[in-house]
Design a protein around this ligand. Structure first.
Ligand code: HXC
Length: 514
């Protein structure tokens, strides 16, 4: 009998894997998807991906699993370069056993996560799975639970990004939820803890997969998804773009990009951009785009809590985190969703040494019973906590209104703002003039309901507070700047803050109002 050589055996086993993968290409493409292998190859710089654990198989024999062993056990894992930087990633292969998490394939995943932590590289998961492998019982759960533990250990050490490119069901959705960014694919990805059938059985509620856990549901309503892509390719391009803004780990700075936009550029049009009438709105994103390096604004969670804009951008090639009130939506007031959205982003930037640039135009926290009973006190405190705790360079520009508690929260001088700028039209006060006069002169206004007295008091109040000079006279605003100068002011402030050292008291951890 001709025994085949070890090399032939090696070639045979590899061929078996690539044959099986090739056989799935058409079926997967019929669903408009890429295979796990195609996704991995497209994610990394060409030819740089190095796979690990290609021959891992599961050990389950229950429910006929003994003869359903697939080399790699439905996950491709390894490392490679993305725009020249080392990154670890895995991709689940839904075409085999629904890409389910087994005891063995989760070991593959957290093996690369451990390596990513040890080497200080970003970690990316391309998820497409029916969740914990049902046939394995507690062993499948064990694998996923251990992954939760590792995700938590890695949080704040290395950036973790999750793409949801198919189903992400059950408790397994908590692994992406523990990572920093979630990207979903329209019409193709679904994330839920309990699916439509379970919901129907338990609550008799009928809901489609798309309504419950589709990309738009999670991008617009729940805020779980940070970005949405039209298809697999777009999703992977977004991951690569996002990575370009952020450092590889918490000890490094973001990659510095060559800047083709004049750092000294003045933008005279901005002087007339903000309406004189403080009740008129304008689009804060246009202002941001005019100030940062051309084309560099990368918005996160754009369709969720649109009253607060967050995203990354570059100033003279340096990556920064942008937080900005959006007067064009809910007048820029802070509500529960906006506060949570902002808090998480501020914490990400702080964890990864990314300076925070805050554009302020905020009438206050959103009033209303619904807001109070939804916990605006607790959620607003999250944003406050995040800003107070942040030790990265913090620069703010008050473009117009900065009222009340919302003024304090938005990177004010009192919570360690490094440079606080304001435009000449800024209004910094405890509240708007009308509300203020109604409170402090309530008795007089009841006795003298004519407009003359009220108008006189309104005028007095506006003169005192509807400008930045009162705050500047106390040193709470460092400089009043013309809007056209915003860009170069920010660029030079960042340059001056390069050597900033700030620390929080040593403790196990704080007790953020979660
Ligand atoms: C084993 C699974 C699986 C799973 C899917 N498959 N999910 N196998 N374990 N969790 C298999 C199917 O048996 C099928 O195998 C193949 O994958 C494709 O599945 P279909 O159902 O035919 O595909 P589709 O119609 O597209 O539906 C996909 C799906 C559905 C929505 C994901 O399969 C589904 O609802 N799966 C269960 C999802 C779920 O509730 N998971 C929760 C697990 S609990 P064949 O051989 O027929 O091709 C969990 C908790 C973790 O994850 C908590 C840890 C602490």
């Amino acid at each position: 009998m001709n025994k085949i050589s070890p090399y032939e055996e090696f070639a045979r086993r590899n061929l078996e894997i690539s044959d099986r993968e090739k056989q799935t290409v058409d079926a997967v493409a019929a669903h408009g998807k890429m295979t796990a292998r195609q996704r991995i190859e497209f994610l990394f710089d060409e030819g740089t991906f190095q796979e690990v654990d290609r021959f891992v198989t599961h050990r389950c024999t229950d429910f006929g699993m003994g003869n359903k062993k697939i080399p790699g056990d439905t996950v491709i894992a390894g490392n490679g370069l993305i725009n020249g930087r080392l990154v670890h990633a895995y991709a689940q292969d839904f075409s085999a056993l629904g890409g389910s998490f087994s005891e063995e394939n989760t070991k593959k995943i957290y093996k690369i996560l451990d390596k990513a932590m040890q080497l200080g590289t970003p970690y990316i998961g391309l998820n497409d799975s029916g969740g914990a492998r049902i046939q394995e019982g507690v062993c499948g759960l064990a694998g996923v639970a251990e992954l939760f533990f590792k995700n938590t250990q890695a949080s704040g050490l290395i950036p973790q990004i999750s793409a949801i490119m198919g189903p992400c069901a059950g408790g397994a959705s908590y692994s992406p939820a523990l990572t920093d960014f979630i990207i979903m694919v329209e019409g193709q990805s679904h994330m839920f803890v309990t699916g439509p059938e379970v919901i129907k059985a338990v609550t008799h509620e009928e809901v489609s997969m798309e309504e419950l856990g589709g990309a738009h549901a999670h991008h617009r309503q729940s805020g779980v998804s940070h970005l949405v892509a039209g298809n697999d390719r777009e999703c992977i391009v977004l991951i690569r773009e996002l990575l370009d803004y952020i450092p590889s780990n918490n000890m490094e700075e973001s990659p510095l990009k060559k800047c083709f936009d004049d750092p000294q550029r003045r933008e005279p049009l901005l002087n007339d951009f903000i309406p004189n009438d403080s009740r008129s709105s304008y689009d804060m994103k246009s202002l941001i785009r005019a100030v940062v390096d051309e084309g560099s604004f990368f918005e996160i969670q754009g369709a969720y809590a649109a009253n607060l804009v967050i995203g990354f951008a570059r100033l003279n090639g340096k990556s920064v985190g942008i937080v900005a009130n959006q007067p064009a939506y809910l007048a820029g007031a802070l509500d529960t969703n906006a506060s949570r959205k902002g808090a998480r982003f501020v914490r990400f930037c702080d964890a990864f040494n990314m300076p925070l640039i805050t554009f302020v135009d905020v009438p206050g926290f959103l009033p209303g019973k619904d807001q109070e009973l939804s916990g605006i006190i607790r959620d607003g405190a999250k944003l406050l906590y995040a800003y107070c705790e942040a030790t990265v360079p913090k620069i703010s520009v008050i473009t117009r209104k900065a009222y009340g508690g919302a003024y304090c929260v938005m990177s004010s001088k009192h919570i360690r703002g490094d440079y606080n700028f304001a435009y000449p039209g800024a209004e910094i006060a405890v509240m708007g003039s009308e509300a203020a006069i109604n409170i402090i002169y309530r008795k007089q206004l009841t006795r003298q309901p004519d407009d003359t007295f009220k108008n006189q008091k309104l005028e007095e109040y506006r003169e005192r507070f509807a400008n930045p000079y009162f705050a500047a006279s106390h040193g709470y605003i460092d400089e009043i700047i013309m809007p056209e100068d915003t860009r170069w002011r920010l660029v030079s402030a960042l340059e001056r803050l390069k050597t900033k050292v700030a620390k929080n008291p040593l403790k196990k951890h704080g007790n953020m109002p979660l």
